[in-house]
Design a protein around this ligand. Structure first.
Ligand SMILES: Cc1cc2nc3c(=O)[nH]c(=O)nc-3n(C[C@H](O)[C@H](O)[C@H](O)COP(=O)(O)O)c2cc1C
Length: 483
């Protein structure tokens, strides 16, 4: 994607002092909390343990967000690439590993032919992986009693590509007027049947039982990023017991939770939620993102979004949070939007992935949006354990913003995504008061998204020497040059 007119936002690396950062935030009219200095090691709010209602303790306030590598075996087992990534998560210094990545509960629900799959045949692999994570963490930090590791269970819904990296095999809940059009599905494309959903609920429960047997401490019932769990929340137009009323649109979740409680007692449950969403975006003039058009004056397909399609309305988000609380779900990871149709609100970046668009706002605005939504939710649900996302774009300022968020009770955990692909030991460095390794800071080149969009494995090709040396890195360069 080349253009002479891409928007010019200041690079974070140029904002060298607290005053530079403050002034720039004022210039772009964005309110981001940050502290001018970092607390001494041992005094950082990030070093405080968190006790869950279940009695389990999480040793500090860093959480590794789930990140897929599109690199499992075709039968859904972790490959050496997968293991390396998860091991890096385990020795990052974070004490909460959220899900490590999306793991499908059935083959046809996989987002790509190399997505992990949890089933009986693969159980031993997951057991071994869990043991490795624990032993590596123990070797480095001497204690795993305060380490909490989950598996993110998923079905990819309209973004399923189970058999071919280039062929979507969508399974949709309703005819979405914009997404059907954007991804080439006719209005009459068949919707998922209720009896399939009934069986899928069983698959999620079975997945949780297997995850518990493998040793994992919790499962995340994924409700974000446009995948199936998330799509249920906007299935207003769907007939039958899984569409229409709020109760029906959340029946998928409540049924899975009931099943897990019955079949895997003691298993902790979490939910990763796109707490807000907007209309899909597309490249406009000079490839800068603009909203897709929709044929109505009211957009009703954005959970946590208002009818304009480009602003938040958290009314139903709060209702959903009430439901989570009522179900006894304490672990909630907040995110927003979808990487497939509005990536700038989901993972703010200076450089778009190959199928994206230039950010229509300074990426710091996107960071601030997620941070404030998370803070509003934390304020309204102080008893829940709330993880925030989308901090990676902060780069040098990440520790300073994270400290302010924790000190002001705007989240319980600082979630780290892309940053730990390039700089896995960042949490440890922050906790020990080590200077940041600037050459490892993620600069949001989006190669970790461009690679899988072109059928390749994911990883940090620009900065991680391991991925830099792979043939895929050269191929990726060619693809980017050809755009
Ligand atoms: C390569 C890649 C893979 C991802 N895979 C997942 C995933 O499996 N499940 C999920 O919930 N989010 C996934 N995400 C989203 C991240 O968890 C996170 O929300 C996002 O990157 C924003 O956080 P960050 O600014 O720290 O990167 C992925 C992101 C990237 C870049």
């Amino acid at each position: 994607m080349t253009t002479k007119h891409k928007p010019k936002y200041r690079r974070i690396a140029q904002l060298k002092t607290a005053d530079n950062f403050r002034d720039y935030l004022a210039t772009i009219g964005t309110d981001l909390p940050f502290e001018d200095t970092l607390a001494a090691p041992g005094h950082s709010p990030a070093a405080n343990a968190f006790k869950l209602n279940s009695g389990k303790t999480i040793g500090n306030r860093f959480c590794i967000l789930p990140m897929e590598g599109w690199d499992g075996t075709t039968d859904g087992k972790p490959s050496d690439f997968t293991k390396r990534r998860w091991q890096n998560f385990a020795i990052s210094g974070a004490k909460l590993l959220w899900g490590c990545e999306a793991v499908a509960v059935r083959h046809d629900g996989r987002a790509n032919p190399n997505q992990l799959l949890i089933n009986k045949a693969n159980l031993d692999e997951y057991k071994r992986l869990f043991e490795t994570l624990n032993s590596e963490h123990h070797q480095k930090f001497g204690n795993t009693a305060d380490l909490l590791i989950g598996i993110q269970l998923t079905h990819s819904g309209r973004f399923c590509k189970p058999n071919d990296t280039k062929k979507l095999e969508p399974q949709i809940l309703y005819a979405h007027p914009v997404l059907n059009r954007k991804f080439g599905l006719g209005e009459d494309y068949p919707v998922m049947q209720d009896d399939y959903i009934d069986r899928l609920i069983d698959d999620f429960v079975k997945g949780a039982v297997l995850a518990q047997r493998a040793g994992f401490h919790f499962v995340d019932i994924k409700h974000c990023h446009g995948y199936l769990g998330h799509e249920f929340l906007t299935a207003h137009d769907r007939a039958g017991k899984y569409g229409g009323s709020f109760e029906n649109r959340t029946r998928f979740l409540t049924s899975i939770v009931a099943g897990i409680k019955a079949e895997a007692p003691g298993m902790e449950i979490g939910v990763r939620l796109s707490a807000f969403d907007w209309v899909p975006f597309k490249p406009g003039v000079d490839q800068v993102g603009i909203p897709e058009s929709f044929n109505s004056d009211k957009y009703t397909y954005a959970f946590g979004g208002d009818q304009s399609g480009t602003a938040n309305d958290l009314t139903e988000t709060y209702k959903f949070m009430e439901l989570l609380r009522a179900l006894g779900i304490q672990l909630v990871c907040i995110t927003g939007g979808s990487p497939y149709y509005n990536p700038h609100i989901q993972r703010p970046a200076l450089f778009p992935p190959s199928d994206g668009y230039y950010p229509p706002e300074d990426p710091l605005v996107g960071v601030a949006r997620q941070l404030h939504v998370t803070a509003d939710i934390k304020k309204a649900f102080p008893d829940l354990a709330i993880v925030g996302s989308a901090y990676s774009y902060l780069q040098e300022w990440l520790p300073y913003v994270g400290q302010a968020v924790l000190n002001n009770n705007m989240a319980d955990f600082i979630g780290l995504g892309r940053m730990v692909l390039s700089y896995p030991e960042m949490p440890e460095d922050i906790l020990h008061g080590n200077p940041l390794k600037r050459d490892k800071l993620c600069r949001t080149f989006s190669d970790c998204t461009t690679a899988p969009r072109n059928g390749m494995i994911s990883g940090c090709f620009p900065l991680d020497p391991f991925y830099k040396a792979l043939p895929e890195a050269a191929l990726l360069k060619e693809i980017k040059l050809g755009e």
